[in-house]
Design a protein around this ligand. Structure first.
Ligand code: NDP
Length: 249
């Protein structure tokens, strides 16, 4: 992939201070995008941005007004946002449905679905009149296969379908919308679940034909491809990046 693929265009990555978002921000920066890291807490967003030579802002993606204001601010200071990675998400440890508090269900849907929708609409309403733009949402392999994660998995199925609906809506305006669906990636929430014995790394790796977890940079590479001109005819798809986990299941 070319180092100047981004050509200095602006890419906003939500949840960009940690894990998959941070790695994706790094890959995009390497490929010549001007990256803006948005995350719910300012300090980690700033720390991540400093390492990558990126911009940072504090943003709760569930707040529509704040999201619109953030886009206005970035566009006034830096220029048009040409790529959005709607990645911020809550990974729910899981509980049987009978014991999953409804507030927890609402919280997961609020961030993973409603928050992604708010970011996508803020991006699309600006990109469509300009006739260009790319959006990638972070789904999950649990969007395609059942998992005992009774808020998380449905939220990811919905966000993947949302991306396809938005692709159909904005395709004629030159805006492409796709999803990536990571398999298991050892980011802080998964590492915490492993440490608490809630996930067994041996079972996760055994279930994947490649026999390993996925590196966060491998998700970033998929996102960068979907945002690049190499993917100019690709919209409305869901790209699993899962070490073969869905195929091997
Ligand atoms: P991380 O927790 O490492 O990164 C998520 C980031 O999003 C954190 O910095 C978190 O902040 C931030 N965030 C949470 N809520 C909000 C909000 N309301 N507004 C803005 N930022 C917010 O997790 P991952 O990197 O693992 O996950 C990234 C995405 O990838 C998620 O959508 C997740 O569902 C998805 N995914 C992850 C997989 C994995 O195995 N790791 C597998 C499949 C999908 P804070 O930590 O301060 O809460």
């Amino acid at each position: 992939m070319a180092r100047d693929e981004g050509r200095g265009r602006i890419a906003l990555v939500t949840g960009g201070a940690s894990g998959i978002g941070l790695a994706t921000a790094g890959v995009l920066a390497e490929r010549g995008w001007r990256v803006v890291i948005a995350d719910i807490n300012e300090a980690p967003a700033r720390a991540a941005a400093t390492t990558l030579g990126a911009e940072a802002l504090a943003l709760d993606v569930t707040d529509e007004q704040a999201t619109e204001a953030a886009f206005d601010d970035i566009e006034a200071r830096l220029g048009p946002v040409e790529a959005l990675v709607a990645n911020a998400g809550l990974i729910q440890p899981g509980a049987p449905p009978e014991r999953l508090p409804l507030q927890e269900f609402d919280r997961v849907i609020a961030v993973n679905l409603r928050g992604a929708y708010i970011s996508c609409v803020a991006a699309g309403r600006r990109m469509a009149p300009r006739g260009r733009g790319g959006i990638v949402v972070t789904g999950s392999v649990t969007a395609s296969r059942t998992a005992p994660l009774h808020a998380y998995a449905p939220s990811k199925a919905a966000v993947v379908h949302m991306a396809a609906c938005l692709a159909a809506e904005w395709g004629r305006s030159g805006v492409r919308v796709n999803a990536v669906s990571p398999g298991y990636v050892a980011t802080p929430p998964l590492r915490a679940a492993m440490e608490r014995g809630l996930r067994d790394p041996r079972l996760l790796t055994k279930a994947a034909p490649l026999g390993r977890l996925v590196e966060p940079e491998e998700i970033g590479a998929g996102v960068a491809f979907l945002l690049s001109d190499h993917a100019s005819a690709i919209t409305g798809i869901n790209l699993p990046i899962d070490a073969g986990w869905l195929a091997g299941a």
